[in-house]
Design a protein around this ligand. Structure first.
Ligand code: ADP
Ligand code: MG
Length: 264
């Protein structure tokens, strides 16, 4: 099923450890003491009503938001900080960008570079980050196009692709840096219903690739099929977490039950 992603043969990595993370926007506490441990190579689906802090949490993992309390670590490295002895020092912008290479981010609205062809979208980051030569980047791009089933679109412009195709290219582009962690923020919620499946199929393919996946989505069927962990958030807090079977079939918290009643 996943022969096209054999370019990553390294053992599973990308352990995420979130410890007591809080984040305020003015007087509003968007994250309230969130702690979470996600094993290397695991697939986690985050559920919760609008405004519960799901995007803020994803953005914090990638240091697109600086948290006010607590810490986030990936494979032991503190996000946004460097450890020297027993003290932590804030990283400078350049070092943060270097750290971010390990984390792929897929947005709701695709965010491809509109003035570049599909192939150029895929080779830009590996070349810019000096991960490989142009020839190697092109070869990798073809492998990634195979993974997402879009080799025939290599020379197309993003605006000529359907939303589902654009999102599959956005996923391929994020994978081009061989991230240890991939974050998806409602990757199918901007798509017409008939295009949702093709994007979820690509994410399913990645689910066993060794990359740690964290996916915010309301696609409960998908969560049931691929998630090792399901996390349910309300008002910046994790109110429930566990296996898909536990959280989706036997929810303990009344907010989880109410939410599932609405989306199922
Ligand atoms: P979700 O993704 O679960 O819908 P968000 O993480 O986007 O929730 O937002 C959580 C809360 O933080 C919301 O109340 C939202 O209005 C607020 N918020 C998010 N980003 C900002 C921001 N940049 N400035 C002010 N408030 C924000
Ligand atoms: Mg959101």
């Amino acid at each position: 099923m996943s022969e096209a992603i054999d370019y990553r043969l390294q053992p599973a990595q990308g352990e995420i450890v979130i410890t007591g993370v809080s984040k305020w926007f003015g007087k509003h506490k968007a994250l309230d003491g969130v702690s979470l441990q996600l094993p290397p190579g695991s697939v986690t689906v985050i559920l919760g009503p609008s405004g519960s802090g799901k995007s803020t949490l994803l953005r914090a993992i990638n240091h697109l938001e600086r948290v006010d309390e607590g810490f986030i670590q990936i494979d032991g490295d503190y996000i946004g900080y460097q450890r020297r002895g027993d003290r932590l020092y804030e990283l400078k912008e350049k070092a943060i960008l270097r750290q971010r290479i390990n984390v792929g981010y897929v947005f709701q609205n695709f965010n491809l570079f509109p003035h570049m062809t599909v192939l150029d979208n895929l080779i830009e980051a590996p070349i810019a980050h000096k991960k490989c030569s142009r020839a190697q980047a092109v070869e990798l791009a073809w492998q990634l196009l195979e993974t997402v089933g879009l080799r025939h679109k290599a020379d197309a412009w993003p605006r000529h692709l359907s939303g589902g195709q654009q999102q599959r290219i956005a996923i391929a582009r994020a994978l081009a840096l061989s991230p240890r962690v991939m974050l998806f923020d409602e990757p199918t919620s901007a798509l017409d219903p008939e295009l949702v499946g093709e994007v979820l199929d690509v994410i399913k393919k990645l689910a066993r690739s060794g990359t740690t996946l964290v996916i915010v989505t309301h696609e409960i069927g998908f969560a049931r099929e691929v998630a090792d962990n399901v996390v349910f958030m309300v008002d910046g807090k994790i109110v429930e977490q566990g296996s898909a079977a536990q959280v989706l079939h036997n929810p303990q918290h009344h907010r989880t039950r109410r939410f599932l009643d609405k989306v199922l």
